[in-house]
Design a protein. Structure first.
Lengths: 195, 76
């Protein structure tokens, strides 16, 4: 099959983390990966993003299948079960909300900017080389650090499950995937009722 | 004799079927399928076109959920 332009979006995934390594403000570009899937689902009623345009899914596929970095063992059933998927989504959104709240605190002057990346919501890694204080408003920088942490953490989880199980095991409980599938199901349910 | 004739007319072949309830609609099966037999129904679950599917099992092996199984198709 001939490759299409969007078959190379895995490069975007690598580029995103590289750019954020040198300048944390590039983390804002991750909002594309956050909003586009939701627009696809809410407007088009499809998972076109997951199916064709998700750079992360493609990267896992590339590394896991083509570069043979996956053990290719079956994903544990609980990992794709409904309670785990929705549980992880709730957890992820809570952490996202917490990150937005931290941004608000910094913006309101109640907290100071922390130039660090937090991995797995626990481990603080100094990341001060990627930002010169005062370049932009503190809250813009704080959001960048927070969002980059979230993106890096989820990619690392994805890489771990890619190695342990199937290349795209992450997709079974990816919060974006759960949200978009949920939206599509609601939309489809509405259509079924109308008919 | 009638039985023997029936056997010669039946073509044995495997077909992939998707467990709709477990499918997360990630689309891995679309990419792995060489025959373009798989599509995602309105972002909800994958559907395999039985007329195109040759039962090679590529989708089943790559499915991260493991919700695609190959079944023996008695009649084509």
């Amino acid at each position: 099959m001939r490759k299409k332009w969007y078959d190379y979006l895995w490069i975007w995934s690598i580029l995103y983390f590289t750019l954020g390594f040198f300048n944390i403000l590039f983390a804002w570009l991750g909002m594309i990966d956050f909003l586009v899937p939701l627009i696809f689902a809410a407007v088009g009623g499809n998972k076109g993003f997951c199916n064709h345009y998700c750079g992360r899914g493609q990267l896992f596929r590339k590394m896991g299948s083509e570069w043979k970095c996956s053990r290719n063992k079956p994903t544990p059933a609980w990992m794709s079960s409904r309670w785990f998927r929705y549980g992880f989504l709730v957890f992820f959104l809570t952490m996202f909300g917490n990150m937005v709240f931290q941004t608000y605190l910094v913006g309101a002057g109640a907290a100071s900017l922390k130039e660090a990346v937090k991995l797995f919501w626990t481990f603080k890694i100094p990341w001060d080389w990627a930002y010169s204080a005062g370049t932009v408003s503190d809250w813009i920088a704080q959001f960048s650090f927070g969002f980059y942490s979230l993106m890096l953490t989820s990619t690392l989880i994805g890489l771990i499950v890619m190695f342990l199980y199937k290349p795209r095991s992450w997709c079974t409980f990816c919060p974006m995937g759960t949200m978009t599938q949920g939206l599509c199901k609601i939309k489809q349910h509405g259509k079924d009722i109308k008919q | 004799m009638a039985f023997a004739m029936e056997v010669t007319l039946v073509k044995s072949k495997k077909n992939a079927i998707v467990d709709k309830k477990r499918c997360v609609a990630c689309g891995e099966c679309i990419i792995s399928c060489r025959k373009n037999a798989v599509s995602i129904n309105a972002g909800c679950f994958a559907v395999v076109d039985a007329n195109i599917c040759v039962g090679c099992g590529l989708c089943s092996r790559s499915c991260p959920v493991g919700c695609i199984t190959l079944i023996e198709q008695e009649e084509v």
